[in-house]
Write a protein that binds this ligand. Structure first.
Ligand code: GTP
Ligand code: MG
Length: 387
């Protein structure tokens, strides 16, 4: 119908379309506009169409982590004061919550082999990335967002395994940051700092909640009783008033949780008893991001079991893959240097420009060169400047 009207208006004679001069003018104008627009919006380099808007990429900031530095990615529960109360967490430590945090961290670690050690306490976890890591070109925003989103997703997914009858009333969210440290000493001191913090907070909270729950006093009175007390006085208070020997408290509460790969575990600690009453537990996690846990984690069900196998790594897996994926949770003192020099030798090695580091640096340099070369080419490209 449309076709007929068109023909009727313009008239077709011997297969030729006759246009009036106005129509011809209009048609030429339209075609020119179309061509101009196409030229303005798109250009073609080596067969690859590029949008003229692509220049906005130049505003992106290069946020790569400094080379050859230890990098900590620390995540922290957002407003967990309210989250924990909304879900009636036990005071001062809720074992279910700590195990859930450990499981999530193990899942993160098994996904990223470049994370050599992780440390968790309360609602926070620190993931330590090896200085030679070239994961995601060391792009900070990429690493930070992937780790925190994976951890958060795991937290919701694994929640029912640890809190059977308690529905998630508030969605858990975590913030994240990175800090890079240039030397082995810095990264050890970072871990020591977190463990000292764990000790200070846990001793305070244990005494505070003993006063609240066993001496039946108000929050204000408990805070007042603890005001200006040192560690020895809190220990004494716990022992004399409540018969609690702080050193007999579960190591997980006193020392936090350390996740390492089993190849760094000294053989004698492999046979030690499990979390939370003693210093060592074993947690393994599936490395596959989309696979749902098949069984409830043994680490959560039996505090006295020596070996916990959350998702069971298949025997059919290759040795390397199995090692990469097996993550172990221990609760030890990492303040004393013996943690690094005797018990877990090689976990924080001296940074040497060994083969792996050189390879990573070269590959980064190559990528950097490629990137700068491409943007230079773009800015000198006549098609682009015309566009
Ligand atoms: N009852 C209970 N509370 C816990 C436990 N672990 C963490 N929390 C709570 O989580 C809070 C964690 O402290 P912060 O991270 O400093 O505070 P936050 O409320 O999460 O606030 P932001 O991190 O600044 O968003 C603690 O103050 C506790 O209230 C636990 O095992 N039991
Ligand atoms: Mg928090």
């Amino acid at each position: 119908m449309k076709q007929r009207r068109w023909r009727a208006r313009r008239g077709v004679d011997d297969g030729h379309v006759h246009l009036s001069s106005d129509e011809l003018h209009h048609h030429i104008n339209q075609t020119l506009w179309r061509l101009a627009l196409r030229h303005w919006l798109c250009f073609d380099i080596g067969g690859m169409a590029k949008s003229a808007y692509e220049y906005v990429k130049l505003f992106e900031v290069d946020d790569r982590l400094p080379l050859c530095t230890w990098t900590v990615i620390r995540i922290d529960g957002h407003d967990f004061y309210h989250f924990t109360r909304a879900h009636s967490f036990e005071h001062p430590n809720d074992i279910r919550a700590l195990r859930l945090m450990n499981d999530c961290a193990a899942a993160v670690m098994s996904e990223w082999p470049d994370i050599v050690i992780s440390y968790g306490v309360s609602d926070e976890y620190s993931f330590v990335l090896h200085p030679n890591s070239s994961a995601y070109d060391r792009r900070r925003s990429k690493l930070i967002s992937l780790v925190v989103s994976r951890f958060t997703a795991e937290y919701s997914r694994r929640w029912p395994q640890h809190f059977d009858n308690i529905p998630l009333r508030i969605l858990p969210t975590f913030d994240a940051r990175t800090v890079s440290y240039p030397t082995d000493k810095h990264i050890k001191d970072y871990l020591r700092w977190r463990q000292v913090d764990c000790h200070i907070n846990n001793l305070y909270n244990t005494t505070y909640w003993a006063l609240r729950q066993q001496a039946n006093i108000t929050a204000e009175q408990a805070h007042a009783a603890l005001d200006k007390t040192n560690s020895a006085q809190k220990n004494e208070m716990l022992f004399s008033q409540f018969g609690i020997n702080y050193n007999n408290q579960p190591a997980m509460y006193r020392k936090g949780s350390i996740l390492i790969r089993n190849n760094y575990l000294a053989t004698q600690t492999m046979t030690a008893e499990a979390t939370p009453t003693t210093d060592t537990a074993i947690v393994t996690a599936s490395s596959h991001s989309s696979s749902l846990p098949t069984a409830s984690p043994a680490s959560s069900s039996d505090p006295n079991s020596g070996t916990d196998n959350v998702n069971g790594i298949s025997d059919a897996d290759s040795k390397g893959a199995r090692r990469r994926r097996t993550v172990i949770c221990i609760h030890e003192d990492l303040i004393d240097d013996s943690f690094y020099t005797e018990r877990h030798v090689g976990i924080i090695p001296h940074i040497e420009m060994g083969k792996a580091a050189l390879k990573a640096t070269k590959s980064l340099k190559r990528q950097q060169y490629k990137l700068s070369h491409t943007s230079e080419e773009d800015s000198h490209n006549p098609t682009l400047s015309n566009g």
